[in-house]
Write a protein that binds this ligand. Structure first.
Ligand code: ATP
Length: 219
């Protein structure tokens, strides 16, 4: 059976999340106090309901207890806190909450939020990475020290092979996949020469990403 998700709050973040989950084949219950927001996602999600989630009885009636994951995507902190608390009291296994700041995140954790996401902070970091270097296309932070990076092959890397570059030993970077045009190759051949424009998807320490980036910048 498809995983069951509920998304409470259908602003830019919650709305996009609900649509994407539905597109990925998940069952999605979308909830918002604003009827217009509910109408907008209704055609794509499994069920869309107009309700005030800060009312505990509403959460109970919606049967949220039985969902695999419930996402709270309301920016107003008090409301978000209250809904998170009620959901955990109802026994929801996994509650994911959008937070605007680390302080809010800490408090949300205290009331039982299982995962806190910081969309603005995360996106800021990703955009910063891609601006600082022309080579880093995307970056996903795994921890303060490690991340997954997409980096474009150029300059001195063109024509070299992964075996010969030895990124793992030199920089701690593991190349998981290579994107070339529309194809993604996850069975990376260490002896195939890299081409200009290939995109390496690598995992490793930020320090390693930085060093690889410097090499690319030097050309
Ligand atoms: P985003 O950054 O995701 O666009 P936002 O800051 O624009 O969010 P918010 O005010 O946080 O918007 O609201 C997100 C959504 O949550 C809105 O569509 C709003 O109607 C909805 N919402 C706010 N309070 C509640 C509530 N108590 N119950 C259900 N939905 C709510």
């Amino acid at each position: 059976m498809a995983k069951q998700f509920a998304v409470i709050g259908l602003g830019r973040f919650g709305g996009s999340l609900a649509r994407t989950l539905a597109r990925l084949g998940a069952e999605v219950l979308a909830v918002d106090v604003d009827e217009e927001k509910v109408k907008a996602v209704a055609p794509v999600v499994t069920q869309a309901v107009q309700a005030d989630a800060t009312d505990e009885s509403v959460l109970r009636e919606l049967g949220l207890k039985n969902f695999d994951v419930v996402v709270v995507a309301i920016s107003a902190f008090e409301a978000s806190l209250l809904v998170t608390l009620f959901l955990k009291e109802l026994g929801v296994k996994r509650v994911v909450v959008k937070a605007a700041s680390e302080e809010h995140g800490k408090i949300l954790e205290r009331v039982g939020a299982d995962t806190i996401v910081f969309p603005e902070k995360d996106m800021g970091e990703r955009v910063a990475y891609s601006l600082v270097s022309g080579s880093v296309i995307d970056y996903l932070e795994l921890s303060e020290d490690y991340g997954v990076v997409e980096i474009a092959v150029a300059g001195g890397l063109v024509g070299r092979t992964l075996r010969n570059l030895n990124l793992r030993n030199r920089m701690g970077l593991n190349v998981m996949a290579i994107k070339r045009g529309d194809t993604v190759n996850v069975y990376v051949n260490p002896d195939e020469p890299l081409r200009e424009g290939d995109i390496l998807v690598a995992i490793g320490p930020n320090e390693g990403v930085h060093r690889l980036n410097q090499i690319l910048e030097r050309g």
